[in-house]
Design a protein around this ligand. Structure first.
Ligand code: MCN
Ligand code: FES
Ligand code: FES
Length: 920
């Protein structure tokens, strides 16, 4: 330890610090400069970037002894204030650069150094700079960030003013469809938006810090847990095991779909008899510091009898596999599809048919902010859990019996959240926090490191899909057959739903009258399956969008035009027999057709001039439903205050912009009263407020949006005087008119899908998108790179343009990762953001073009659908189709790593059958 000075943001400060402590820890923990975010602690993500003597430095890997006494350190807190923002901060807000905002301070600090030395960089230079400085963003797809730097540079050069880049309300006061900034934008760009790990540092004195004792094997019987040594370790308050859990000690997820062969209570809060997957929590240590808690956790001894681990659906389905949950078959849920006539005769008489098997990977979410949360018992005796939950009411129901509390004694509130992409549809640490707060009677906090975050949170469920598709002599699709399984990890929560999704989306988009299929959910010992953006559909479209490409080729037709003539028409129904709410796919194809032929021409020219690299263009379509299956609903409340209105909504914000959209929905109704957007305040995502339902399934814009719209309309009605003018707050009070209105919106016409036939009307509204990537393949290495991406998309009325652009760019970037690099399969290898294959700025093209069609949805708020899931439905089969178009190698599983493409190229060269590349 040493007393030393530190010049931070122009001020000399005296500190006593450990020489080996990192600069990030000192800034955050000693100086509470929490604008320096820590996500990876390994120099991989740039979230902690600060400036030292004019250079961008990753503070998480900089020990204090390397910081010279004369160093001048600048953090995000030192470059601008809300009243006096730096041009980069202004431009970041204007371009929606801060979605979740956890990467924002690091990017801005990095960009500041670039612009301090070069106020006229090219876009390519900016991209190269961020790539070199390892600035990662999982939300934006990078393009909006490059746009922001270019505008900030223009402001710094005096060519633009802040007013030129920040969008204003329209003349009538409306902000609908504009690029108006988020209510949270200023806090995000100034580093004052406090995420869970920041809040942990600001918890009251006496808050206990938690560490988990986790399984290091994937499947085992627990013979004993010895906590005696750990209990004597310094600073330890309590070592908590299953014995300390007052309730059922289990979490259930069969809230929405109670049709599986187990009872749904298969996920322990703290393991008692068995370990079901790597990382499973066995005990919790509560201590005065994180270091003490972790040191003691290492001393808990767990006596295990290791069992065979079934790490894939193939293994768990083998005849000799034991039941992972004794008494419940590993294939614990079955879903059938029966639509139209028997399919066999169509295959017998088909002009062409295909029969392929595709495998979609265990894609990791790679949200940058590690999972974190706090819990305490409040003054009214209510256990309050703060976390990244994107389903506070849902999680309340899932964990309450496990904790043994009456419902009114449990409250969940969402913290500002640094991205989830769906993993937080499952409760992760909520129940653990609750157990610890109850067992110790003290406030607690738990912050995972990135290793825990990656290895002990849910993943996309891998799917193995056999698909057979037939067409007649006119090239019209006649029948589809499917047979699939999903590896859902050990816990059944939502496993039925993701299996049903295959029935709903495989073959979606095409006029297909006859379908037969069967699928099953399989328990394995790999990471538990959780929701992931576009939940279930990337697996489906990988199968059907490759199959249709092959069928087109067999028929000697162009894949774009073959698709076009098979699209939904006026008489079509979805694979579940539902009539699509709007018919937009033909227009989306018409819009993008010229781009397709331009791309083909460009690729042909490139290929004529190059021998070592080849380019190709691929096509696919993607569709996703807004909502949970069946008659889903949302509630909201609008309240009048002396200064404006308050919207109470359960709309959880992952980073997608729930705040801005909730404000916009209410403002659009109430603006006739003269209220400004900033006078519409928000209270969001709290179980003591209205139940909005979870922010998954791209449902919130439609459901929460409609509920807010309805509440605001009720408010407006109450405010309206007989002469058509509006009552003020004082007049409302004077006339004794209620000041708060509770609205609700129900998708009343929707029905569940049958488990036998999958037929039903599950969603009120769908989103539609066409994907057109251009991909370059290096014939020497097999490496594939997306060089341009064009997409046409219909998500109904656009509520906020910057938000929707950002959702699409970000989703496409994740699609590129899914197609080419991302995986979580190897527990030794796939343990960091980089090693899981997260795309860096140069892995995503800057050349992304979005063509919008805005078809108003009759049931959408102001005509809107959702958007979040659409861009990740089917970009990856389009990329694989482009790889084929470029070099003739068909890949049937993602990620298409260079080795697989290279093997295909070698096989082609050796004239070996391409069929060898299909998975078993
Ligand atoms: N929107 C709009 N106009 C439309 C449609 C939507 O302006 N016509 C806006 C909405 O108001 C909202 C956003 O776009 O701000 C996404 O809307 P929607 O598709 O309804 O999705 P939800 O609000 O329910 O958010 C969840 C969705 C899902 S399911 C995942 S997963 C996801 C996603 O959004 N995770 C995200 N986007 C994400 N974005 C970020 N940055 N981080 C995540 O973790
Ligand atoms: Fe420092 Fe990621 S690089 S936290
Ligand atoms: Fe970049 Fe969320 S805004 S990680």
């Amino acid at each position: 330890m040493k007393r030393r000075t530190l010049n931070v943001n122009g001020v000399e400060r005296w500190l006593v610090v450990d020489d080996d402590a990192t600069l990030a820890d000192v800034l955050r923990e000693k100086m509470l400069l929490t604008g320096c975010k820590v996500c990876c602690e390994d120099g991989q993500c740039g979230a902690c970037t600060v400036v030292i003597d004019g250079k961008p430095i990753r503070a998480c890997t900089t020990p204090m002894h390397k910081v010279s006494p004369s160093a001048r350190i600048t953090t995000i807190e030192g470059i601008g204030t809300p009243e006096n923002l730096h041009p980069l901060q202004i431009a970041w807000m204007a371009h929606g650069g801060a979605q979740c905002g956890v990467c924002t301070p690091g990017f801005i600090m990095s960009a500041k150094v670039l612009l301090d030395t070069n106020t006229s960089p090219t876009r390519e230079q900016v991209r190269a700079w961020f790539n070199r400085n390892r600035n990662l963003c999982r939300c934006t797809g990078y393009k909006p960030l490059i746009d922001a730097v270019m505008d900030a540079a223009a402001i710094m050069r005096g060519e633009k003013r802040a007013e030129d880049v920040l969008d204003k309300p329209k003349e009538d006061g409306s902000i609908l469809g504009t690029r108006y900034i988020r209510p949270s934008a200023v806090a995000k760009v100034t580093g004052t938006w406090d995420f869970g790990a920041d809040l942990a540092l600001r918890m009251p004195e006496g808050t206990l810090r938690l560490a988990l004792v986790q399984a290091k094997v994937s499947h085992a019987l627990i013979k004993g847990i010895d906590t005696s040594e750990a209990e004597t370790m310094p600073g330890v308050e309590k070592v908590i095991t299953w014995k300390d859990v007052a309730g059922k000690n289990a979490i259930t997820g069969l809230i929405t779909f109670p049709t599986n062969k187990g009872d749904g209570w298969d996920r322990p809060i703290l393991c008692k008899e068995k370990v079901f997957q790597f990382g499973d929590a066995i005990a919790i240590v509560a201590a005065d510091t994180v270091e003490h808690a972790r040191a003691a956790a290492d001393k808990v001894k767990v006596d295990l009898e290791v069992l065979p681990a079934y790490m894939s659906g193939f293994a768990a389905l083998a005849p000799d596999a034991i039941e992972i949950h004794p008494g419940v078959p590993n294939a614990y849920y079955e879903q059938g599809v029966v639509k139209g006539q028997d399919t066999r005769p169509f295959f017998d008489s088909a002009a062409a048919s295909v029969d392929i098997t595709t495998y979609c990977s265990r894609q990791p979410h790679l949200h940058l902010e590690p999972d974190c949360g706090e819990a305490f018992v409040d003054d009214d005796g209510v256990l309050t859990i703060l976390s990244k939950s994107i389903g506070v009411h849902l999680h309340h129901a899932m964990i309450c019996p496990g904790l043994g509390l009456p419902p009114e004694k449990l409250r969940l509130i969402q913290n500002p959240t640094g991205g989830t992409f769906g993993y937080k549809f499952s409760p992760t640490m909520e129940a653990l926090l609750g157990v610890a707060a109850l067992a110790t009677g003290k406030p607690v906090s738990l912050v995972y490191d990135q290793y825990q975050n990656i290895t002990y949170t849910g993943k996309r469920s891998p799917a193995n899909i056999n698909i057979r598709l037939a067409c007649d002599h006119d090239g019209k699709l006649t029948a589809m057959e499917t047979d699939w399984w999903l590896d859902h990890g050990p816990y059944s929560e939502f496993g039925d739903l993701v299996t049903l999704r295959q029935a709903q989306f495989t073959g979606a988009g095409y006029h297909l009258e006859n379908i037969r299929g069967r699928g099953r959910t399989v328990a394995t010992n790999h990471a538990w399956g959780s929701a992931f953006r576009a939940y279930g559909s990337p697996q489906s479209f990988l199968a059907s969008e490759i199959a249709i490409d092959i069928l087109a080729e067999k028929m000697g037709e162009d894949p774009f035009e073959f698709r076009y003539k098979n699209l939904y028409n006026e008489t079509s129904t979805t694979p579940t027999g539902q009539k699509p709410e709007v018919l937009v796919l033909p227009q989306l194809f018409d819009m993008i057709r010229p781009k397709y032929y331009e791309a083909k021409r460009r690729c042909a020219e490139f290929n004529a001039a190059n021998t070592e690299k080849k380019r190709g263009v691929g096509v696919s379509l993607g569709i996703y439903g807004c909502g949970l299956d069946g008659p889903d609903s949302s509630e909201a409340r609008v309240e009048m205050t002396p200064t404006g209105f308050v919207v109470h909504s359960g709309w959880e914000d992952h980073g997608q912009g729930a705040d801005l959209s909730a404000q916009t929905m209410a403002h659009e109704v109430l603006r006739v009263t003269g209220v400004r957007p900033e006078d519409v305040k928000l209270v969001m995502a709290d179980t003591f407020g209205p139940n909005g339902g979870p922010a998954g399934g791209s449902r919130s814009n439609v459901f929460c949006g409609n509920a807010i719209r309805v509440s605001a309309e009720m408010m407006l009605k109450a405010m309206t005087k007989p002469d058509g003018t509006y009552r003020t707050y004082k007049e409302m009070v004077a006339e004794n008119i209620p000041l708060a209105y509770d609205g609700k919106w129900v998708a009343a016409a929707c029905t569940d899908c049958s488990a036998d036939t999958a037929q039903g009307n599950p969603f009120p509204i769908y989103m539609y998108e066409v994907f057109l990537p251009e991909v370059e393949v290096d014939l020497e290495t097999g490496e594939a790179k997306v060089v341009k991406f064009t997409t046409s998309v219909d998500v109904g009325t656009i509520i906020n343009k910057a938000t929707v652009d950002g959702q699409i760019y970000g989703g496409l970037a994740q699609g590129i990762g899914l197609a080419l690099t991302e995986d979580f399969e190897d527990l030794e290898l796939h343990t960091t953001l980089r090693d899981c294959g997260i795309p860096y700025p140069k892995d995503v093209p800057d050349d992304i073009e979005i063509l919008y069609l805005e078809t108003k949805r009759p049931d959408g708020p102001f005509g809107a659908a959702g958007v979040g899931e659409a861009p990740l439905t089917a970009p990856h089969p389009a990329i694989l189709n482009a790889v084929y178009n470029a070099c003739g190698v068909r890949i049937f599983r993602v990620p298409a790593l260079p080795d697989a493409i290279k093997a295909g190229l070698d096989a082609l060269a050796g004239e070996t059958s391409r069929k060898n590349l299909e998975p078993a």
